[in-house]
Ligand binder design. Structure first.
Ligand SMILES: Nc1ncnc2c1ncn2[C@@H]1O[C@H](COP(=O)(O)OP(=O)(O)O)[C@@H](O)[C@H]1O
Ligand SMILES: [Mg+2]
Length: 315
């Protein structure tokens, strides 16, 4: 029994080692996920970001053992998923297009799922319905639910077995701004108040910036960047400089930075520490500097920069 209690308490909730998946064979091969290495520490919201087709759902399916990798390993709380299947009991997931019985009510759907998973507990179902704010709609057939209500029911379903790790594939897909904000609140609470770990995927970066502690950016099946959201963004500033003559200013800076001219303004992305040096160089070369504005780069802009750089270099 002691062994059992010690088992699966690794502080690393998810560890992916050289995870790869190739679909199809020969000429029809699709390299969906390529050599992904990732560690997700327990107790945080981890964002898995990438455009459509990047390989997010395939990775999540491999984590859940719904798809077997072509190569590599998945460990959850220190256990190999493929040899220690029972570790999946600690996981709750909302995968793409959660399916419910349309003619059953929300409450009935949860009951069916709970019984199937052998975790039926009426009080728990009521608590979960309240948690995702569906108590009042619980007796309506799911076929009449909005996308947001179905997503919230999906979240409740993912929590039925009181999982330590909650995996959400595009949880804000199809939600309106109010629904997105609400989902964000639910997700943060799971980590901040219920000590869970959340791994979520998204292609909507602006939304994720506010809820995730850490993110990995995946593109064409490969991780391009990984880090704490704050660290990834702290160093990146969007600099707008009003200067004249603008063409001389542009020529002075374009060797070291990627500069675009916009009216009387130059725009460039630079580290905060570089700003004084930029202004100095302009002034020393008889360029008049009227204004300098800095703006923290959004994760969205950062993401575009990272993925576009990968396109150019063929990564
Ligand atoms: N079962 C499958 N058979 C063949 N190709 C697949 C399959 N599932 C996904 N793919 C391909 O793998 C790539 C990654 O897909 P996916 O993991 O769904 O990306 P994402 O979830 O990031 O949008 C895409 O090119 C997709 O077409
Ligand atoms: Mg997907």
């Amino acid at each position: 029994m002691v062994m059992k209690n010690l088992m699966g308490n690794d502080p690393i909730a998810i560890r992916l080692g050289s995870l790869s998946k190739v679909f199809g064979r020969r000429k029809r091969q699709v390299r969906a996920v390529h050599d992904v290495n990732l560690e997700v520490k327990a107790g945080q919201v981890y964002g898995f970001l990438g455009p459509n087709g990047a390989g997010k759902s395939t990775t999540i399916r491999m984590i859940m053992d719904l798809v077997r990798p072509s190569q590599g390993s998945v460990h959850l709380f220190g256990e190999n998923v493929y040899t220690h299947h029972q570790v999946l009991q600690k996981v709750g997931a909302l995968v793409e297009g959660a399916l419910f019985y349309p003619f059953l009510t929300g409450r009935q759907n949860l009951a069916v799922l709970a019984r199937t998973g052998d975790v039926y507990d009426e009080k728990r179902i009521e608590r979960l319905l309240a948690q995702v704010k569906l108590t009042e709609q619980a007796d309506r057939p799911v076929k009449g639910y909005s996308t947001g209500m179905k997503q919230r029911l999906g979240l409740a379903a993912a929590l039925l077995n009181d999982p330590d790790l909650v995996i959400l594939d595009e949880p804000t897909n199809g939600l309106d701004p109010a629904g997105i904000q609400e989902m964000r609140g639910f997700i943060r609470k799971l980590v901040d108040e219920h000590n869970k770990t959340v791994f979520l995927s998204s292609h909507m970066l602006g939304e994720v910036e506010q809820v995730c502690d850490r993110v990995a950016i995946i593109h064409h099946g490969q991780i391009l960047q990984e880090g704490a959201v704050a660290d990834l963004l702290a160093a990146r500033n969007q600099l707008r400089i009003e200067a004249a003559p603008l063409d001389r200013a542009e020529a002075l800076l374009s060797g070291e930075w990627t500069v675009t001219a916009d009216g009387r303004w130059l725009e460039l992305t630079a580290n905060r520490e570089e700003a004084p040096r930029i202004v100095q160089r302009l002034a020393a070369n008889n360029v008049a500097v009227y204004q300098v504005r800095t703006q923290r780069q959004s994760l969205e802009a950062f993401f575009l920069e990272v993925t576009q750089a990968a396109e150019v270099t063929g990564g």
